[in-house]
Design a protein around this ligand. Structure first.
Ligand SMILES: Nc1ncnc2c1ncn2[C@@H]1O[C@H](COP(=O)(O)OP(=O)(O)OP(=O)(O)O)[C@@H](O)[C@H]1O
Ligand SMILES: [Mg+2]
Length: 249
């Protein structure tokens, strides 16, 4: 156990989560918690329910049963306005990326700010946009349209859009998928740097073992509807269960 995990408070607590689509059982009693300040990765083969799991945490998908507490609130019981409030505190980096194609990078960041932080002045908003873009090395690209950005830049831009609201928790869905190894490494370093600067708590869904190794304090493995193993990278690499070890080959 790392120091972050020891004696620490949970910012997310998931208990006995079930989700079935038609006849397809996806989550079958999943439980986990995320401690303040830690980065936890979820590994699992394609279609095992990793994205469904993190979508349940922000109630983009409603589970069939189970309990989800996020920042001390019972997510499944929140009214719409309370849910929107919590969502400003939980950043979500979508697997597909989520930039508005008709807006410049600056406008893409201003948009969530206007909607969620109406109390800020124009100059405060502008300043926040610039600081955030600088933190992902995109300040020089502030007036570009998403179509003018490379894949790696788009990932960083999506991250900036999440970060601009200064969330306490960030959920990353495959942040390095489809990127070349150099760009993927930049994203990994960015995830670590963001954790250090903002002290956020993060969940990272990934297939990329280099990413999992670099960013994670703890790793869990989702397999056939449940977490079959939890531990540090080194612990799971040497796990007694062959299914677990196979992820690390
Ligand atoms: N909105 C939905 N409606 C119906 N089925 C869905 C929906 N979302 C996900 N599923 C199904 O749930 C299962 C898990 O999907 P999920 O997207 O969570 O997989 P994943 O582990 O994130 O995979 P990948 O690594 O490929 O992203 C799949 O069988 C998928 O078809
Ligand atoms: Mg997915």
């Amino acid at each position: 156990m790392t120091n972050k995990v020891k004696n620490n408070k949970s910012v997310i607590e998931v208990t006995d989560l079930y989700k079935t689509f038609d006849t397809k059982k996806v989550l079958e009693g999943v439980s986990m918690n995320l401690y303040r300040g830690e980065t936890m990765s979820i590994l699992g083969r394609s279609g095992q329910g990793k994205s469904v799991m993190i979508k349940c945490i922000v109630r983009l998908i409603t589970p069939d049963s189970g309990y989800i507490e996020v920042l001390e609130q019972d997510i499944l019981k929140l009214k719409d306005d309370e849910l929107n409030q919590i969502r400003t505190r939980v950043g979500y980096l979508f697997q597909e990326g989520a930039l508005y194609d008709s807006m410049t990078l600056a406008e893409n960041l201003l948009f969530p700010l206007k909607r969620n932080k109406p109390g800020l002045s124009e100059s405060e908003k502008q300043e926040l946009v610039e600081t955030t873009l600088r933190s992902v090395d995109l300040l020089d690209d502030i007036e570009k349209m998403p179509s003018e950005l490379s894949g790696g830049m788009r990932k960083r831009a999506g991250l900036a859009r999440t970060l601009v609201l200064q969330p306490e928790i960030i959920l990353y869905d495959e942040p390095t998928t489809g990127l070349d190894p150099y760009t993927a490494r930049d994203i990994n370093e960015l995830i670590v740097r963001i954790q250090e600067i903002y002290n956020v708590s993060s969940m990272v869904v990934t297939h990329d073992m280099k990413c999992a190794k670099r960013v994670s304090d703890r790793i869990v493995i989702l397999h056939n509807g449940n977490f079959i193993a939890r531990g540090t990278f080194e612990e799971l690499e040497n796990h007694e269960d062959e299914i677990v070890r196979n992820y690390f080959i």
